[in-house]
Design a protein around this ligand. Structure first.
Ligand code: ADP
Ligand code: MG
Length: 590
């Protein structure tokens, strides 16, 4: 571990250059500053203690570099920092902190104890401060590293103490801050104790994937796809959620720019582009994205709490985020297939994107532009790139070719692909196919509607009927020929073609029901998506239907051509992949 660098007072010129701002406004912002300092000091194990939502105690101990007595005394002075020296350094700042005002600001509004020792020194130092006045400086034992205890925040500023929210609210902000830094630094071991109860104990030396598993569990992680994309000096990596993991707000989107949790309006734009056809408006993907670029390319000095950054070259960042995400999700344009006019990809495609995240052994290649369906025989030669038509649909497909082996358990379809065996749930797959087809029609106002030979009357429960009445226009957009028949009864004389043969009564009841559930959440688009998903489910082949080989092949082709072949609209998997590599290992053939 490198020794601590000397602390210096910044000159006035530097002070003025630094965007001024309140760094401390609630327990969570204290925790943020203390965590950043611990991480900047190279800590690998950090323990956080919170009492009463942080009103009574916020304590952070680390095993980082520690400080000698002079530095410890200097560290609580305003504008004392070891991290930059003059204005030019701000341009290239690589540490999380650099303003040198956090400890001073925190110590000014709390009862503050700093205990610290460098590895090189036998004895450590303990400094006690109350309301900005040093009470005591003395020798202290303890392990190398730094421990800071902040008691009774704002005890001497009643006006601000009054502005603190309830304990649960402050605690939820504290927990969110802890989570953000736990994600940003999976290598650091982190413990969170709240009111003397251990809430988190996160192992040191974790990868991002391991940390995500610890924090969110396998189910959520299974719906993430790895992102790893480079363009020039810029690198985007992390995980992107499949559309089925979407949320009603941005609360599960985490961005880290050079290790610093940060947002930028530009990123929101790039996201909505990348997920454009995958999510309806008002739905937001789950993301854990790390953007790495030379420090000089990003300005962190825009926001006092350093939450928002500005890029020197916003266009390049935006393009990289869009491209990186599209590749991860398998929706990148089929440039590799040689479609005329499509730009050449600047990096190798990320073919592993369609394999469940925890299970990617050997990714199937996307290199073949076509998706021939051969019931038997050897794999075909790659198709000619000039064949742009089918290539476009197939290039995003999950496998180059496949052979239908059969159906097992009266349900699952077994496929052989170049890289392994795929099990497909035909019902889930069919749902996905119908969902995308129908969604496209609905959003494009191009629903094909088919008149019924014998119109059906459908009686609904009063609540369902009311919803249907309220949404008649949307239902007509969806291809329902629908008129009121009095007393909660409707006359259905046409149905959307792509939903095939299904009873009007069953479908309308189902859709009305969805209206009921989705209505509360509001938003027409959201509703349409739910209703369409529900309708697709109703119409999709039944789980136990026996399928003819040709039907299976058609389904496989259609699934491969969807923009999101891996999950049904409800988020269940459509396919499970087992690579030959994995099989070889299981058979001890490694
Ligand atoms: P900044 O982080 O912006 O430099 P702070 O007020 O947060 O300002 O900290 C002041 C200085 O105190 C830091 O530059 C660092 O040298 C030292 N320091 C603070 N916390 C720690 C810690 N946990 N371990 C080692 N040094 C620390
Ligand atoms: Mg700091």
């Amino acid at each position: 571990m490198p020794g601590p660098s000397p602390i210096r007072l910044l000159s006035d010129a530097v002070i003025n250059k630094i965007a001024a701002g309140e760094v401390v406004d609630r327990p969570a912002s204290v925790l943020k500053e203390l965590l950043e300092n611990a991480l900047d000091a190279g800590a690998t194990r950090i323990t956080v203690e919170i009492v009463a939502g942080g009103r009574k105690l916020i304590a952070v101990s680390d095993d980082g570099s520690g400080m000698d007595r002079d530095d410890a005394l200097l560290s609580i002075e305003r504008h004392a920092t070891s991290k930059i020296r003059d204005v030019d350094d701000i341009e290239d700042v690589a540490t999380l902190g650099f303003r040198g005002e956090a400890l001073a600001a925190i110590a000014a509004v709390s009862q503050f104890t700093l205990t610290t020792r460098t590895a090189a020194m036998e004895g450590g130092t303990e400094i006690t401060v109350a309301g900005g006045k040093i009470q005591d400086v003395r020798d202290a034992g303890g392990p190398a590293g730094t421990s800071i205890r902040v008691r009774n925040l704002f005890f001497n500023v009643p006006a601000r103490r009054k502005f603190l929210r309830s304990e649960p609210t402050e605690l939820s902000h504290v927990r969110q801050t802890f989570l953000v830094y736990a994600l940003a630094h999976p290598g650091a071991g982190l413990i969170l104790r709240v009111d003397e109860r251990e809430v988190w104990r996160l192992a040191a030396g974790a990868t991002l994937e391991q940390r995500l598993l610890e924090l969110f569990g396998a189910e959520q992680v299974g719906l993430l796809r790895p992102v790893d994309f480079r363009a020039g000096e810029l690198r985007l990596h992390g995980y992107a959620g499949l559309p089925s993991l979407s949320r009603g707000d941005r609360s599960d989107q985490y961005f880290f720019i050079n290790g610093r949790p940060a947002g930028a309006p530009l990123l929101h734009f790039a996201l909505s582009e990348a997920y454009h056809t995958l999510l309806p408006r008002g739905r937001y993907p789950v993301l854990y994205l790390f953007l790495e670029l030379p420090p000089g390319q990003v300005d962190v000095n825009v926001h006092p709490a350093k939450k928002e950054v500005r890029f020197r070259n916003p266009g390049a960042v935006r393009d990289a985020v869009i491209e990186g995400l599209r590749r991860a999700l398998g929706t990148a344009p089929a440039a590799a297939a040689g479609i005329p006019g499509a730009p050449a990809p600047s990096a190798a495609p990320a073919p592993e994107s369609w394999i469940p995240a925890l299970d990617r052994e050997r990714p199937p290649a996307f290199a073949y532009p076509r998706l021939p369906m051969i019931p038997s025989g050897p794999p075909p030669a790659p198709a000619q790139p000039a064949d742009a038509g089918p290539a476009q649909a197939a290039a995003a497909g999950p496998w180059a070719w496949c052979r239908v082996v059969g159906q097992v358990g009266g349900l699952y379809v077994v496929l052989e692909t170049p890289d392994g065996v795929v099990l497909m749930d035909p019902h889930a797959a069919h749902e996905r196919v119908l969902f995308e087809r129908f969604m496209k029609e609905v959003t494009g106002h191009r629903v094909n509607s088919q008149g019924l030979l014998a119109p059906e009357t459908v009686a609904l429960l009063p609540a369902d009927a009311r919803r249907v009445r309220e949404q008649l226009d949307l239902l007509r957009d969806m291809g329902f020929g629908l008129s009121e028949f009095g007393a909660d009864t409707f006359l259905v004389d046409a149905l959307p073609v792509c939903l095939g043969n299904v009873s009007a009564a069953a479908l309308l009841a189902e859709v009305a029901n969805t209206l009921e559930r989705a209505g509360a959440r509001g938003g027409t688009e959201r509703w349409a998506e739910e209703a369409v998903a529900q309708a697709a489910c109703k119409t999709a082949v039944k789980a136990r239907d026996r399928l003819e080989p040709e039907e299976i092949e058609e389904l496989v082709r259609a699934l491969a051509a969807t923009s999101m072949p891996y999950t049904c609209p409800h988020g269940r998997p459509t396919v499970i992949f087992m690579s030959f590599g994995e099989l070889h290992r299981k058979f001890g053939r490694a």
